[in-house]
Design a protein around this ligand. Structure first.
Ligand code: IMP
Length: 449
């Protein structure tokens, strides 16, 4: 029976969301905050995400499973808003087990999450190649630069409905086969119409292959909406782990150079089945500079040696695809927009150590086009093109930051840089990252939180 939620419902919960184009170091902050929460929930995206957590010198790269899995007493939930590549999920489970991490009842996957199947990945790559080939000479590529993990085609099937296959279907071989027959039948017809020479997907073979996957995954599959509501009513605290990031949000990012889910905090209610008032405190993660991987506008991009220096010092290569990331100065117009969208209560500024050794630093505080200026972000790739950043120049610092004890011990110019970010964004910075280890995160009180 349903009873109204208590008035303080949500007060124990926290959401961690990226405020840029991804790779802000969310994994590390989620890992730190996990200690204070009982349940860790993914609500969007799929294996396009890559969270890296370093614990005791061991580096774990996770794509689908929340990094909370590294704590034995937490429950990790993959919510209905996620698109699950079930073979990748099994692979991730096996890798964790091999390294001595227990994965049992502590991992629950929504029966309503949609599946990423092999043909989604093939389609993702085929679309990208089609778009790249269509770009004229000298024109920017129309390709999105996706991770080719099948994310867009899987969400497209979800919205199309008739061709979708969900995690719950894996547990019912007959249902699975019937669904795959429709999905593959339509694909075969499309491929023929497009003159694609490759053999169409075979529903029988896929049904057998994925029914077997379903048998292994079965103990982890549940109705996570009832499960999460039950946890909340028992007084358990929930940490929502955003994947990808706000400027890649399908509705609010730099469309069409975005991913196919709502990755800002706005995706949490729909992607978990928990109402918005249960989202709780929102911590926005931003790095001390900007990066982007894939296509799309990037007003503060640096194509010079400062950009390369940031890439090398920050190890800015994709966790999922290994691609070098595009690097640039911190764009506070973009961060302020994302903080507004997500309702950020606090910021975590990561990778500040990467900026050590630069004579001066630039902060983009507005955009200019001809004589016109704006402090507003333009969440449309074509509208954003042509606007140039207006920078404030701040002095840099020489000192390496890795051994800093607390925020007050940072070099004066690093403190000034952080203070200016807080002023422009209008949200306090609660945590500062100065290295990859758990202990290299500074709060006002000292190391760690
Ligand atoms: P997709 O999500 O694979 O469809 O890729 C769409 C766009 O989002 C591409 O520009 C990707 O590089 C980018 N993207 C997706 N996930 C992430 C992420 O976790 N970090 C950074 N970029 C991402």
């Amino acid at each position: 029976m349903h009873t109204a939620l208590p008035s303080d419902a949500g007060s124990r919960n926290t959401a961690v969301v990226g405020l840029q184009w991804g790779d802000e170091g969310k994994g590390k902050i989620v890992d730190l905050l996990t200690a204070r929460h009982d349940v860790i929930v993914r609500y969007n995206g799929g294996a396009n995400a890559g969270h890296t957590v370093t614990v005791g010198g061991e580096r774990y790269a996770l794509h689908l499973i929340p990094s909370g899995i590294l704590y034995p007493d937490k429950t990790c939930v993959i919510g209905n808003g996620v698109v699950v590549d079930p073979e990748k999920l099994l692979e991730e489970i096996a890798n964790l087990r091999r390294r001595g991490i227990e994965v049992g009842g502590n991992l629950v996957v929504s029966n309503r999450a949609h599946l990423v199947l092999p043909y989604h990945k093939e389609q993702d790559a085929a679309y990208e190649e089609f778009l790249a080939a269509r770009s004229g000479l000298g024109e920017a590529s129309a390709a999105i630069g996706t991770t080719r993990r099948g994310i867009g085609p899987a969400y497209a099937d979800k919205v199309r409905r008739s061709t979708a296959v969900r995690v719950g279907d894996l547990l019912h071989p007959e249902r699975l086969r019937a669904r795959l027959e429709i999905a593959c039948g339509l694909r075969a017809a499309e491929m023929e119409a497009l003159g694609v020479k490759a053999p169409p997907p075979d529903p029988e073979a896929l049904a057998a292959r994925f029914a077997a996957v379903g048998r292994t995954l079965a103990p982890h599959v549940a109705d996570t909406v009832y499960l999460l509501h039950g946890f909340v009513r028992e007084g358990r605290s929930v940490l929502f782990e955003g994947a990808n990031a706000s400027l890649l949000d399908i509705d609010h990012g730099t469309y069409p150079f975005v991913t196919s889910s709502n990755c800002s905090s706005l995706g949490i209610p729909a992607g978990t089945g928990l109402p918005g008032r249960l989202v709780g405190r929102v911590v926005g993660i931003m790095k001390a500079y900007s990066t982007r991987v894939g296509g799309g506008p990037f007003p503060t991009e640096l194509l010079d040696e400062i950009g390369s220096r940031i890439r090398e010092r920050g190890r800015e290569y994709g966790t999922t695809t290994g691609r070098p990331r595009r690097c640039g100065w911190l764009d506070l117009v973009a961060v302020r927009y994302a903080a507004m969208l997500c309702g950020a209560d606090a910021l975590a500024c990561t990778l500040l150590d990467v900026l050590s050794g630069l004579d001066e630093l630039r902060l983009c505080v507005k955009y200019r086009r001809g004589r016109e200026t704006t402090e507003r972000f333009l969440p449309d790739a074509e509208d954003l093109e042509g606007w140039e950043p207006v920078y404030e120049v701040l002095p840099g610092w020489r000192e390496e930051l890795a051994g800093t004890a607390d925020r007050k011990s940072l070099p004066a110019n690093a403190q000034r840089y952080l203070a200016r970010i807080e002023e422009v964004v209008g949200v306090p910075i609660e945590l500062v990252g100065v290295g990859p280890e758990r202990t290299q995160t500074l709060s006002a009180a000292g190391r760690g939180i």
